[in-house]
Design a protein around this ligand. Structure first.
Ligand code: HEC
Ligand code: HEC
Ligand code: HEC
Length: 120
């Protein structure tokens, strides 16, 4: 009968371990996605050091959240930093695919600071 006294406690700790590992399984991928999928990111400058007073273009995943990932990845942007210029956008590439004055406001004529947002 002494054995039966210790078994509930052993069960409780086993349950605790199970819960802890379940929590880890849920938390780990969330942390990985959080790191890999930034809400906003800077587009790297094609020629580093060029126009240093203009902050690098900022892209917000959050304000483009009405689109599915496949609207942009991998057709228009790789899921990795890639540099491009206004000439590229003028040709309808990258941001210019949508920011052409039809799908969304045109790059040309828009307020520079709307995209070249200074660091806060
Ligand atoms: C719709 C967003 C958007 C607007 C509006 C915009 N830019 Fe950009 N611009 C970008 C992005 C994105 C890049 C690429 C990353 C970078 O180099 O900052 C870029 C790149 C640049 C570059 C470096 C590469 C190149 O093409 O010369 C300069 C300089 C620049 N922009 C100046 C301006 C000025 C000046 C204005 C306003 C007249 C402006 N931008 C308006 C998004 C924009
Ligand atoms: C409207 C276009 C657009 C949509 C929609 C979009 N992304 Fe992106 N994503 C971008 C741009 C732009 C970049 C930066 C590319 C560059 O540096 O030139 C980027 C970069 C990334 C990166 C790389 C981040 C890094 O640190 O380099 C990941 C990961 C990513 N996106 C995941 C996603 C996921 C997941 C979704 C859907 C939930 C999504 N994106 C939807 C435009 C988009
Ligand atoms: C798949 C189409 C698509 C692509 C690609 C895209 N945008 Fe947009 N963007 C939109 C739409 C649609 C809106 C909202 C409608 C509008 O304002 O005309 C918007 C709004 C914005 C805004 C205003 C809201 C905000 O975030 O402050 C900025 C700035 C902007 N985009 C910058 C960019 C930059 C920079 C890129 C490239 C790195 C880019 N967008 C690529 C479709 C796109």
């Amino acid at each position: 009968m002494r054995r039966c006294e210790s078994s509930p406690r052993r069960l409780t700790s086993l349950r605790a371990i199970l819960w802890a590992s379940a929590a880890l399984l849920v938390a780990a991928p969330a942390a990985v996605i959080g790191a890999a999928y930034p809400s906003a990111l800077r587009i790297p400058r094609s020629q580093p050091g060029h126009a240093p007073t203009i902050p690098a273009g900022l892209f917000s995943h959050r304000t483009h959240g009405t689109f599915g990932c496949f609207a942009c990845h991998p057709s228009t942007f790789p899921q990795a930093p890639v540099a491009f210029t206004h000439d590229d956008m003028k040709r309808g590439q990258f941001c210019g695919r949508c920011h052409d004055g039809q799908v969304a406001f045109a790059v040309a004529g828009a307020t520079c600071g709307g995209c070249h947002v200074p660091a806060r």
